[in-house]
Design a protein around this ligand. Structure first.
Ligand SMILES: *[C@@H]1O[C@H](CO)[C@@H](O)[C@H](O)[C@H]1NC(C)=O
Ligand SMILES: [Zn+2]
Length: 440
């Protein structure tokens, strides 16, 4: 038997339903916006040592399809995919524009973060926390969103626009951009100008980089007569190595003085930083204190700006810092080119002799952006591999009023800055893809 529902049972049931709903809110479909698409890309961990490249590539490929861009996945090394998108221009004989970003990121230590590094948590102020938020997943999605908007507005490029998402940048790019830049596939793109990643600026100008420094790793090894710790004698391994360390420290100080005096930016001098010393005869959980070892070794991180002649530095290493005459040997690992294929320094012209620069500069201004004075990047990006092919390449990530947090804990980007960047790229991409000069 059942009673017809009266108003009391109706309201009672409604209250129960409301309580139940509060405990388990109905599944809201996630809004699909440029910001959520950025967050979803950030949630795919492409951090070393085990970047999930295929998840990232399939996500970006789906984005490209939704925009109507042709995509290709290339492999220059097993399990290291490179995604290449193409927006064909009406005049394919003109050199093309390439927008590059890297898929991978450096690792993150979750315990040191306020929000989990792959949650892409967005705070009420709009800060999106994630490893890769600044370096460099922001530009990857900004490129795509800018193209999405231009297409929706009916814009048709004259020259072809390519977008590449490359693996391995954070570990030197050798299986990524380095191989891509010398490939037949790359040659076929007829690239005339490249935009790659830049860096944030706490101020309100957008930074732009026309060169990178080239990293060198130097390992100096010394051999010498061993001896009792109490004896003074000449030319022990330690003495010969310490002489090198002294000379290098003096050189480093002279370079750094230029920076301290305001004569040069950090990125404009040669940096020489000791990163390890290795020697001693292990004894117990320490070292034998009464033995002078027969071998000693030291490692240095050296960065060469494109404005110096690398040959002079090589000579200084061979003759002064690690000469055979002091029974030293050395290993120099040059991690990337210092000159382009014609022998010119790897620097992109940032004056009116480079038509791409003029158009780029005007396009940034037209979008309300203010460019900072062009700089050399203190560290290194994949841009060097493009410059080595003689292709003008700028490092550019439109992040103003943003603390520099690449490779740091709590890396974040503010949503409004991210969205403003899309507008800047719309202006740049439309301008660079529709001017007719710029053959190289
Ligand atoms: C280098 O090694 C040789 C052979 O052991 C030794 O005779 C010479 O004194 C050493 N020279 C220096 C500068 O250490
Ligand atoms: Zn980067």
């Amino acid at each position: 038997m059942s009673n017809p529902p009266n108003s009391f049972t109706f309201f009672f049931t409604l209250t129960l339903l409301l309580i139940a709903n509060r405990a388990h809110p109905p599944e809201q479909p996630e809004p699909d916006t440029p910001v959520t698409r950025f967050q979803n890309y950030l949630r795919i961990s492409t951090a070393h040592p085990s970047p999930d490249y295929y998840a990232a590539v399939s996500y970006l490929k789906a984005q490209a399809e939704s925009i109507g861009l042709h995509s290709r996945t290339l492999h220059f090394a097993p399990d290291k995919p490179l995604l290449l998108l193409t927006w064909p221009g009406s005049d394919p004989t003109l050199p093309s524009l390439l927008l590059n970003s890297h898929l991978d990121s450096v690792p993150a230590e979750p315990s040191k973060w306020a929000h989990p590094p792959f949650s892409a948590h967005r705070t009420p102020e709009g800060h999106i926390f994630a490893r890769g938020a600044q370096d460099d997943k922001c530009i990857a999605i900004q490129y795509l969103e800018a193209i999405r908007n231009l297409k929706a507005a009916g814009f048709n490029p004259i020259r072809t626009v390519h977008v590449s998402f490359v693996p391995e940048e954070e570990i030197g790019g050798l299986d990524g951009a380095a191989k891509f830049a010398v490939s037949d596939e790359f040659k076929d793109l007829k690239v005339g100008f490249v935009l790659d990643e830049g860096q944030a600026n706490p101020g309100d100008e957008i930074r732009v980089f026309y060169a990178d420094r080239t990293p060198w790793n130097l390992i100096v090894k010394a051999k010498g007569m061993p001896g009792h710790g109490s004896r003074m004698f000449d030319n022990s391994a330690m003495e010969n190595l310490m002489k090198s360390v002294e000379l290098m420290a003096r050189f480093r100080e002279a370079q750094f003085d230029e920076v301290k005096a305001g004569n040069a930016a950090n990125s404009e001098v040669i940096s020489v930083n000791p990163v390890y010393f290795k020697s001693g005869i292990v004894s117990g959980d320490g070292y034998a204190m009464n033995m002078q070892p027969s071998e000693a070794e030291a490692g240095f991180d050296i960065r060469i700006p494109p404005t110096v002649d690398p040959e002079l530095v090589r000579k200084r290493i061979a003759e002064e810092w690690a000469p055979e005459a002091r029974n030293l040997t050395y290993k120099l690992i040059e991690k990337g080119p210092t000159r382009d294929y014609t022998g010119r320094p790897l620097m992109t012209q940032t004056d009116d002799s480079n038509p791409w620069w003029s158009i780029f500069k005007q396009a940034v201004a037209a979008a309300g952006g203010k460019l900072a004075k062009p700089e050399i990047l203190a560290s290194t990006t994949d841009a060097r591999f493009m410059r080595q092919q003689g292709i003008p390449t700028l490092g550019f990530s439109p992040m103003t009023n943003t603390p520099i947090l690449l490779h740091d804990h709590n890396e974040f980007l503010k949503d409004t800055i991210f969205l403003k960047g899309i507008k800047v790229y719309e202006s740049i991409i439309s301008a660079l893809s529709s001017f007719e000069g710029g053959s190289r």
